[in-house]
Design a protein around this ligand. Structure first.
Ligand SMILES: NC(=O)c1ccc[n+]([C@@H]2O[C@H](COP(=O)([O-])OP(=O)(O)OC[C@H]3O[C@@H](n4cnc5c(N)ncnc54)[C@H](OP(=O)(O)O)[C@@H]3O)[C@@H](O)[C@H]2O)c1
Length: 303
């Protein structure tokens, strides 16, 4: 298949693109940075230099492809609109990347027993995002509604991703940030008591699910997860691997001062507990990579 992917130089998009190339697909990948074109080409990805703001470029690339994967920016509504319009009536696949911070609460380090599965958008009124995540949810709904416009539309809603990326960008966001905080503070920190829980998934399993959604999915909303951990347990694993003291609570005001409001509250202080039941049942998702704690010990062990 000929596939156009945005975010090809990034952590998710780069890993997915390489997996697609390995599976024999012809991949064209977007980057804004001409300096990355050679790096993409060396990975077997034909570079397309341009921006998500360039709707005519997205339209031309989407219409020349058999399928499109949007993995650059979960919050860029204009790109989603342009790709949907380009594919309308074609019956071709559009796979959009979202993130499970859309389910985040304002727990500030306390636990929650609320768990969502990937039928959550089927049931009106079952779920209301915090105000800060409403725009991202609206984009996800826009993509899902594209099914009514003749697009085989999927939203893959990723949880906390760990593992080494396969593309130009090897690092994810949350665990490397927590490791940097631990080094800066001399010990790991978790927002409040760190009882808050996030689902997580290894990047290799993420890439495998994108391939499955592309090759056999009929569309729909899918959570991408294979386990979960509290931030206390996650940071304790990091501390042990880095040879640092056990994690210490981080008052929310101090976390906000260092990370900013949105990241402190929703990326590190919230709960986001989800289950990819539909991913397993419909796409045959069978996560096989090492669990988060094992990966942290291996990746950060030795300081
Ligand atoms: N990593 C996670 O754990 C995770 C989990 C859930 C959701 N997400 C979401 O998924 C999306 C991708 O995440 P990621 O971790 O792969 O991020 P990333 O490593 O920063 O990669 C994103 C790539 O998209 C490209 N890009 C960004 N804005 C663009 C624009 N306006 N036009 C064209 N290209 C643009 C950038 O490439 P160039 O600079 O080369 O143009 C960048 O390499 C983000 O919105 C993120 O919030 C991430």
């Amino acid at each position: 298949m000929k596939i156009f992917i945005t975010g090809a130089s990034g952590y998710i998009g780069g890993s997915v693109a390489r997996r697609l190339v390995a599976a024999g697909h012809a991949v064209r990948g977007l980057t804004r940075d001409a300096a990355k074109a050679g790096g993409l080409a060396r990975l077997g990805i034909a570079p397309v230099v341009g921006s998500l703001d360039d709707a005519p470029l997205l339209t031309a690339e989407a219409q020349a492809a058999d399928a499109v994967i949007n993995a650059a920016d979960s919050d860029h509504r204009g790109a989603a609109e342009a790709l949907i319009a380009a594919l309308a009536g074609s019956g071709r696949a559009l796979i959009h990347t979202s993130g499970s911070s859309i389910m985040a609460d304002s727990a500030a380090g306390e636990a929650s027993d609320v768990i969502y599965d990937d039928t959550v958008f089927d049931l009106p009124g079952r779920f209301t995002p915090v105000a800060e995540k409403a725009a991202r949810v609206a984009i996800d709904r826009l993509v899902l509604d594209a099914a009514g416009r003749g697009v085989r539309a999927s939203v893959l809603c990723n949880t906390l991703i760990y593992g080494t990326g396969l593309g130009i960008a090897a690092e994810s966001v949350q665990v490397p940030t927590l490791a940097a905080i631990a080094r800066r503070h001399g010990r790991p920190r978790h927002v409040g008591r760190g009882r808050n829980i996030w689902s997580n998934v290894h990047i290799d399993d993420v890439a495998a699910l994108y391939l499955a959604a592309l090759e056999r999915g009929a569309g729909g909303f899918f959570f991408v997860e294979s386990g979960e951990a509290s931030f206390h347990d996650l940071t304790a694993s990091l501390g042990a691997a880095l040879g640092l003291p056990p994690p210490a609570p981080w008052p929310i005001a101090e976390a906000v001062a260092e990370l900013g409001y949105t990241r402190a509250l929703f990326s590190y202080g919230s709960n986001s507990r989800v289950r990819g039941r539909r991913a397993r049942a419909e796409l045959g998702f069978a996560p096989a990579a090492e669990p988060l704690g094992v990966w942290i010990t291996r990746a950060y062990g030795g300081g």
